[in-house]
Design a protein around this ligand. Structure first.
Ligand code: OGA
Ligand code: NI
Length: 368
């Protein structure tokens, strides 16, 4: 009895928050000094410090040498083979790396962060007009994609934009970030294709192998806004999860808070000016038969902010999903390396992922 009335009350609080259509920033704008309990995290934050005496591990920063080249072929004086070796090592060891000289000009990165800030700081009525929980919408603003399912809410808001293969009409995009989102998406899609070439080669496949598997067919741009939090230790910016895609390219600002779980320790993915953070998603771990790792990550809440980040997700088209089956790539298999996973459509994989809220491993479910 007691439990169910508490449950009802909790649901009401979630709904009341959702109904504001203004996300976490809407709460902060009211000047609250304590966070509502729906944001109380339900697990203690593990330490991000390595045990004493252990060498401090950092996510590698890899120079792609694209800046001096029109072709994005690593012609900027950096040997392509070296780049591929470094990427392979990073993907095998920790599934995360940062890239510099990636070919996206600094002004574009800066303006994308600014555009994201402008959107999230638009007047309430503008933002409310975009608020939606309908995942089939190409343009939508929301807070907490799993609000009603998860045990605690994240301290962040998101503008999610589906930018390929069939982008919305420009006028459907919020005016605060319209032009820069279109421009950034072009750059990041081109970079994504270049990264899939490098990843293909790092797996010993022909350069276009992953692109031909349609791993970069869909580009979804998630512009996150993490307002400063009055009680940062009691909540989390984004709870731990893996990404249900092939690859993520993340642009983060200077504030920090992103951590990756590497060898059972939370490692800070430190902001590096001009760099982009790359991480392997669950689907690449599946098709690479565990060679490349999809690693859990999270974002801590902070009492300074807002923190702004833009995650670009590469996967197959989710609006017009295909029946194509994905399993460990045949060319990678041998007697010594038999397939670990069953074949699945990306849609079925995503359904399983959503039912687990990214909390337990979807990959386990697809093991043979
Ligand atoms: C994500 C994510 C990290 C960040 O969008 O999946 O992990 O720094 N974002 O916002
Ligand atoms: Ni993520």
């Amino acid at each position: 009895m007691q439990q169910s009335s508490t449950h009802d009350e909790w649901e009401r609080e979630l709904k009341a928050f959702d109904d504001t259509k203004l996300g976490v920033k809407g709460l902060v704008d009211k000047g609250l000094s304590k966070i509502p309990r729906i944001f109380n995290k339900y697990e203690p934050i593990k330490t991000s410090l390595p045990p004493p005496g252990d060498e401090f591990f950092q996510v590698p920063v890899i120079d792609l040498g694209f800046e001096n080249s029109q072709k994005n072929d690593g012609g900027g004086g950096v040997e392509r083979k070296d780049i591929i070796d470094k990427i392979r090592e990073a993907c095998e060891k920790c599934g995360f790396f940062q890239i510099v000289n990636h070919g996206i000009p600094q002004e574009i990165l800066d303006e994308m962060k600014e555009g994201t800030r402008r959107f999230h700081e638009e007047p309430n009525d503008v933002k409310m007009g975009f608020y939606s929980r309908d995942r089939t919408k190409k343009v939508r603003f929301f807070s907490n994609y799993d609000l009603y399912k998860s045990k605690a809410a994240n301290w962040s808001d998101t503008l999610a934009l589906y930018m390929a293969p069939q982008p919305p009409k420009p006028e459907e995009l919020p005016s605060a970030c319209r032009e820069i989102t279109i421009l950034y998406s072009k750059y990041v899609h081109k970079l994504g294709l270049a990264l899939f070439e490098l990843l293909s080669e790092a797996l010993g496949l022909k350069p276009k192998h992953l692109e031909e598997m349609e791993c970069a067919q869909e580009l979804r741009v998630l512009s996150h806004y993490y307002p400063a939090c009055p009680e940062p230790d009691k909540t989390i910016g984004t709870k731990e999860h893996t990404d249900c895609v092939f690859l993520t390219v993340l642009l983060q600002d200077h504030i920090g808070g992103l951590q990756a779980l590497i060898q059972n320790r939370w490692i800070d993915v430190k902001p590096v000016e001009g760099a982009l953070v790359i991480n392997i998603g669950d689907l690449t771990q599946l098709i690479s038969n565990d060679k490349f790792k999809s690693v859990k990550h999270r974002v801590l809440a902070n009492n300074i902010g807002p923190r702004i980040s833009i995650a670009s997700f590469f996967t197959t088209d989710s609006i017009n999903p295909s029946n194509r089956l994905y399993g460990p790539i045949k060319e990678l298999l041998s007697e010594e390396n038999p397939p670990i996973y069953k074949d699945t459509t990306v849609k079925d994989f995503s359904i399983q992922f959503d039912s687990r809220l990214g909390m337990t491993s979807t990959l386990e479910y697809f093991k043979l």
